[in-house]
Design a protein around this ligand. Structure first.
Ligand code: ADP
Length: 170
């Protein structure tokens, strides 16, 4: 019998990519054969980094982590579509989301409900990051960087550099 390829889709804004995102990606690679990471244009969130910069950041991090991706094929694409359409186009049967505190739950709960109405065949799976990454949020990392704080526990050294450049720190 031919085994069917399991494809996961992990959508996000990645503005910027944090160690929390990285941990979710790494865990997701244990569950699927191919992982499609979708970087959403999300202009309504007023991103600090352009779509191209965010895609480049995720790709850079994957390049460094490539030995830890459990043999999973990981690709990164920008997208400006409905999440469910993008998942369908890429043949993904699973949407991966990260879950942090209770605060994430309500929004994610609604998303799953709506997505299930749009395509009942696509399942959403939630993954929790390791405890030291669970509280990390891109929004707070940007705020700390702007206010001269140390962000090295939240993002990679490469992202630290990009953030400091963006906020005018050397
Ligand atoms: P979005 O705008 O879709 O929320 P984000 O880039 O902020 O985009 O997050 C993408 C996904 O990664 C979401 O499911 C979010 O909950 C998850 N995520 C982000 N940071 C963490 C973290 N530190 N731990 C667990 N999940 C996280």
């Amino acid at each position: 019998m031919l085994s069917k390829e399991r494809v996961g889709f992990y959508p996000g804004t990645f503005d910027p990519m944090t160690l929390g995102h990285g941990d979710i990606i790494q865990r997701a690679t244990k569950m699927v054969d191919r992982l499609v990471i979708g970087v959403a244009i999300n202009l309504n969130k007023g991103p600090m980094f352009t779509l191209d910069e965010r895609v480049e950041m995720v790709r850079d991090e994957l390049e460094v982590a490539k030995g830890k991706l459990n043999g999973c094929l990981v690709e990164v694409h920008p997208y400006d579509d409905l999440t469910i359409h993008f998942a369908q186009e890429h043949g993904a049967g699973i949407i991966i989301r990260g879950l942090r505190a209770v605060a994430d739950f309500e929004y994610e709960y609604q998303l799953v409900g709506m997505n299930r109405q749009l395509d009942a065949e696509i399942e959403t799976i939630f993954i929790m990051a390791n405890h030291q990454y669970q509280f990390i949020a891109s929004r707070l990392v940007k705020e700390i960087a702007r206010l001269d704080g140390d962000i090295s526990a939240f993002v990679s050294p490469r992202v630290v550099k990009r953030l400091y450049e963006r906020v005018g720190r050397t």
